[in-house]
Design a binder for this molecule. Sequence first.
Ligand code: UD1
Length: 431
Amino acid sequence: MESIRITGGERLNGRIAISGAKNAALPLMIASLLTAEELVLDNVPRLADVALLKRILGNHGVDVTVSGKRSGQADFSGETVRLAAPVIVDTTAPYDLVSRMRASFWVIGPLLARMGAARVSLPGGCAIGTRPVDFFLDGLKALGADIDLDSGYVVAEAPKGLRGGTIHLPRVSVGATHVLMMAASLAHGDTVINNAAAEPEVVDLARCLTAMGARIEGAGTPQIRIKGVTSLGAARHPVLPDRIETGTYAMAVAMTGGDVLLEGARADTLQEPIAVLRQTGVEMIESNEGIRVMRNGHGIAAADITTEPFPGFPTDLQAQFMALMTRAKGVSRIRETIFENRFMHVQELARLGARITLDGDVAHVTGTERLKGAPVMATDLRASVSLVIAGLAAEGTTTVNRIYHLDRGFERIEDKLGRCGAQIERLASSS
Ligand code: UD1
């Protein structure tokens, strides 16, 4: 199994090209199930989750082709992926695929809307808590679907098609908002989704669906209104830049010190993390080119955060921020409100010398001058990258094992950081 070895202590200087957002690319690819015509997505990141979703969609009958790299195109330019599903050959999403990536459950919305039937495995347990699917099922029922559970599968039917309805999500759910927005786009009549997620990835999906012919208003606000249409057509859409990758590299620079331009980053998708990083003493300059991140000389000041749905501080940056706070002056308080059990990085950070105490959904981090490198184990995607950030500042060598989690969500992280001066390399097998 591969691992990443980091020798800490180098400042980061240079440029990092921000990739297309994984969390936008996945629902956008799934939207291809809604139409018999071709959906072309530009700026798709090269990630393990994207590769897996190509296979899953292929199972349903989506032809997926990837345009070759054009000469002169930078290594980090995303792929152009063409997806066409003239015929859906299978409306079942089997356990062995859905259990490997939770977001593949989301095919239930488009399959049901287009074919009137879907049989999708329940995603099963997940390392960051129970992550149920009740909002999806209640929402689809409100759109007229019959839902049954059979041997670990959700069997959803709407033989005469879905109809519009009013849905109130009990709490903000990104996945449920994506799925219900896709399903309602092909329902008969009007749908209102209240307490909808306002994440930039929801807005990106709504833009793409609109380009395909959907009639959606209010994406990016807590109320989304959809007028169903009878069919959707071809479109071409660029995946928005990854705000989580952006925030992660910003925290890496905050951690090591230095001066890095995050090329293509979109500050409007990241206002709260930018404000928090400024509180910690990092300079962040927003421009048309991206976001420039600088920390020179000064130490890191402690700051408190609470994770919240957009536009609040994203849970997907919580672990990285905690890594940064391990070196801050003073105590910071980090509260996780989105997922239970999303503090698994705490134990691993402690192996590097971090001083963190847990009290329910709150972590208290007491900054320390010195972290010391050690072998650590990645437990999930965001936790793994927090260990990389800590390793960049730790004395000596840190080896992050089980990095397949990293490859699910971060495109060539060792290249991107290495080009800015980090001593980081991928090893073929772990120690
Ligand atoms: C998405 C992101 C993930 C991010 C999360 C929150 C993708 C591929 N993943 O995950 O990176 O951390 O948003 O920003 O985009 N819930 C229920 N019942 C449901 C659905 C959700 O109780 O039916 C709960 C969840 O357990 C969680 C909360 O709602 O506590 C928010 O989850 P949700 O926004 O749905 O997360 P995902 O869409 O899975």
